[in-house]
Design a protein around this ligand. Structure first.
Ligand code: NI
Length: 169
């Protein structure tokens, strides 16, 4: 089932998410819905707070469903390692229409659990490293905006406020 994606202005996007303790049917439904919603958007990553669920769950698929077996599901993920630094343009499904250049480590290793609670380790470079960091940021209540210089951040926030006033956000 598709779930609506919340946008900047929703408090849940700026609140740290809670650890998952029950690997039950409702978690599986959430994960399946998140994958479907990510593909429909379309996007390469989605975190549970973006669909209004305050849990530490995210999904990533750089192929957006075009290649089998590429979807990564991470429950309770945390960084094991990060290194390097690279500047790339980045966007977010909760900030539709906005992109900015964000500095991120080039390489990241994340440890977490799969949908059944088994330990998984994901290692990524380039775009995958970026997606991992972007989604883990969501679980801390952080958006890519929070990684920009304040001048740049304020300019985007101001535009969104204006859009909201005129009912376009
Ligand atoms: Ni995002």
């Amino acid at each position: 089932m598709l779930r609506p994606i919340v946008k900047l202005g929703d408090k849940g996007l700026q609140t740290p998410a809670l650890p998952v303790t029950d690997f039950d049917e409702s978690l599986h439904t959430l994960i399946d819905d998140m994958i479907q919603t990510m593909y429909a958007a379309p996007g390469i990553g989605l975190a549970a707070p973006q669909v209004g669920v305050p849990l530490r769950v995210c999904v990533i698929d750089l192929s957006i469903g075009k290649r089998d077996g590429e979807v990564i599901t991470l429950v309770n993920p945390e960084f094991v390692e990060r290194s390097g630094l690279i500047l790339e343009e980045e966007g977010c499904l909760s900030l539709p229409g906005f992109q900015a250049t964000v500095a991120r480590p080039h390489h990241a290793v994340v440890k977490g659990q799969d949908r059944d609670g088994r330990e998984v380790v994901v290692e990524g470079e380039g775009l995958l490293a970026r997606a991992l960091q972007h989604e883990l940021d969501h679980l801390e209540g952080r958006l890519f905006l929070d990684r920009l210089r304040s001048l740049q951040r304020d300019a985007i926030v101001k535009k969104i406020r204006k859009m909201r006033r005129s009912g376009r956000w």
